[in-house]
Design a protein around this ligand. Structure first.
Ligand code: E4P
Length: 214
């Protein structure tokens, strides 16, 4: 399972890229707003920092506008992927963009039916939202697992990005489902490296090293 960062904060991305674990990045209008900058400012910087896909979301809600925005966004860098909401106009846009070789990430997916339709329209990626489903009492991790299983069953090549991740448990559970990618907020990524026994073990090793010095 590849690790993407779910943030538009360039400084945060920089520090984790140095760890060698971040392959791609996903953004959305809310994350851009939180970064305090504009999409036009951050996407070129992020695209230069990672090797893999960087999702930039369209604002238009009708097909023509989405396609127009997408064609501009992909000029920024080769690794820019167009994030499109899972609505009828969005699927139409995905079909047109796929025919032009433009990669898309269909976002705001909350059911297997939506995932299937996005994939059949030609989406490169689908993003089921775990945390927002958990919020309404639906098992988001199970939805990810079901989409992964169904895509495998039918030989669908669209990759699944587990999104709206809120904790380490979400990451570890989707990893077991065979999910292709998890897009992870910075706070959760920071927790993933931590374990008390690692800190205790290291402290003991260093103390014993000091004792063993002649
Ligand atoms: C990523 O593609 C999504 O936009 C993001 O994971 C949504 O997360 P949230 O539900 O925490 O806003």
């Amino acid at each position: 399972m590849k690790i993407f960062m779910d943030t538009a904060n360039v400084e945060e991305i920089k520090s984790y890229v140095d760890w060698g674990v971040v392959y791609g990045v996903t953004t959305n209008p809310s994350l851009i707003m939180k970064s305090g900058r504009t999409q036009a400012e951050v996407i070129p910087e992020i695209a230069a920092m990672v090797e893999g896909p960087v999702s930039a979301e369209v604002i238009a809600t009708e097909c023509e506008g989405m396609v127009k925005e997408a064609r501009e966004l992909v000029k920024i860098a080769d690794n820019v992927v167009i994030k499109i909401p899972c609505i009828p106009e969005g699927l139409k846009a995905v079909k047109i963009l796929a025919a032009e070789g433009i990669k898309t990430n269909v976002t705001l997916i909350f059911s297997m039916s939506q995932a299937l339709m996005a994939a059949r329209a030609g989406a490169t990626y689908v993003s089921p939202f775990i945390g927002r489903l958990d919020d309404i009492g639906v098992d988001g991790v199970q939805l990810v697992a079901n989409i992964v299983t169904a895509f495998e069953l039918y030989g669908i090549e669209t990759e699944v990005i587990a999104a709206s991740i809120r904790n380490i448990e979400h990451v570890e559970k989707v990893m077991l489902s065979g999910c292709h990618i998890a897009t992870i907020p910075t706070k959760v990524l920071a927790q993933m490296i931590k374990h008390d026994l690692t800190d205790k073990g290291l402290a003991t090793f260093l103390a014993d090293y000091e004792k063993s010095k002649k």
